[in-house]
Design a binder for this molecule. Structure first.
Ligand code: DX5
Ligand code: ZN
Length: 219
């Protein structure tokens, strides 16, 4: 069955504790934490301290999506904060060196934390094939990172399908997560393409009935 990871980017940051309790009660499978540095993407959100505080109030796995430059320098903070999975962008890593993504994934694993690579909607999934044997998860962006509430980009499903095919052909079993513009209406098509972890920010936090939205997205 698919899993739903509500993105706390759409929560009220002044009432984060309540937001975590709400999604926990509503049946979330993971908590998606969007870390933005004001450089890789325009906005700044939060760092390890937020993840550490959230860790204390929920047993749900914490899924940390790093939208930052130089992710290697930050891994220790998020690992120490109690992240269960940390994902890093191919686009941020490939700017630094051809081996930086692989080194960062290995570093995440060295802390005993699950790791994953993220690709933007205009990055071909083939770019990360070489690191997939290392990945517990791959994150396919279905909007350009930076903001919640954007419209789903349907061509991103091509990346989901390629990554699903690659897993089947190579005996790998990483999770395929999709992030951006997921709604109760497009979730079925996304799951059918092969995604098994669906991030949803506005579709969960702006729903009248969170539990209902989560169960419909899960399918
Ligand atoms: C975008 C973030 C997403 C965002 C999704 O940069 O990575 O996780 O919160 O929000 P929705 O579901 O509203 O598109
Ligand atoms: Zn995200």
């Amino acid at each position: 069955m698919a899993k739903v990871a509500p993105s706390i980017l759409s929560a009220d940051f002044s009432a984060m504790g309540q937001a975590i309790k709400d999604i926990d009660v509503a049946g979330a499978d993971l908590v998606h934490c969007d870390v933005m540095d004001g450089s890789f993407v325009e906005p700044i959100t939060f760092g390890g301290q937020m993840v550490k505080n959230i860790r204390k109030i929920t047993n749900l796995p914490l899924d940390v999506h790093l939208m930052i430059e130089h992710p290697k320098t930050q891994i220790k903070f998020f690992a120490d904060a109690g992240a269960d999975v940390i994902t890093v962008h191919y686009e941020a890593c490939s700017k630094i060196s051809p081996t930086y993504l692989e080194e960062t994934l290995q570093l995440i694993k060295s802390y005993g934390v699950k790791c994953g690579a993220v690709i933007n909607p205009d990055t071909d999934a083939e770019k990360i094939y070489s690191v997939l044997p290392l990945c517990d998860m791959v994150l396919v962006m279905s909007v350009f990172p930076g903001y919640g509430g954007q419209k789903f980009i349907p061509t991103s499903l091509e990346n989901v399908k390629k990554l699903k095919k690659f897993a089947l052909e190579n005996g790998l079993n990483y999770d395929i997560e999709i992030d951006g513009g997921v709604t109760v209406d497009n979730a079925e098509e996304i799951r059918a393409a092969g995604a098994n972890v669906l991030v949803a920010g506005s579709a969960v936090f702006k729903a009248e009935d969170m539990a209902c939205a989560i169960s419909r997205i899960r399918g």
